[in-house]
Design a protein around this ligand. Sequence first.
Ligand code: SF4
Length: 276
Amino acid sequence: MTARNYREYLAENRLPTIWCPGCGNGIVLKAVAGAFADLGLDRRKTAAVSGIGCWGWADDYLAVNAFHGTHGRALAFATGIKLANPELTVVVLMGDGDGATIGGNHLIHAARRNVDLTAVVVNNYNYGMTGGQYSGTTPRGSITSTSPLGHVEDPFDLCALAAAAGASFVARGSVCGGENLRDLIRRGLEHRGFSFVEAASVCPTHFGRKNGRRTPAEAFRWLRDHSVSRERAAGLSEEELRGKQILGFFADRQSEDYGTRYRKAAEHFRGEGESS
Ligand code: SF4
């Protein structure tokens, strides 16, 4: 495949986006378009599937096939699309509320089945679109519109969850490093099987503002200061790592994907049927 310009994959006639100034979504959108461009994907054979939430608008800004599903169900729709059209490259665009809280059950089963999809989950630690409620990744102690006294639950580590559920490719990047994120998404797209890429991000309007970070710059600074690479993390104590998230790879292994197994089973059955 020949590398192309990322702008070929953007629906520029729909820009500017509806996202708030300083939101991390634009950086992830560029990383997704960049990864498509690096691989020179055929736009007619590429599909973006989204759910509901601020990041769920992303498929509107991509010049590829798109399916906008219901809240938390993007992976279920994407599974059907991929099984019926195995020649398509299918990327699933979800937020932490959509993809890992309301849609948590679909996430663990898509990972367990190893469906050949690339999930790009933007984690901004709250439900941004609906007013800043806490999600399954909101850090303990954080203020949100549904935890005004401080959140009492512990958050999911999304990468640990996806890897434990069986995802064969798992990585985390951050909107503080857009080019690195592009590289992770490209590698996820190249991977055969379920690939899960978490993009740690910022929601300055809700999560940032409610937690004392009054500007997008302060929200980005917080994200940068609370992230550490796997290499650096290896030399830090448990105490030093408390409250920090680790960036890098958490799984990268080969395992036959669900669609291939399913088609083999169907062929086997048909073959037996013919011979009997
Ligand atoms: S509410 Fe938050 S996540 Fe949604 S567009 Fe605004 S800053 Fe981004």
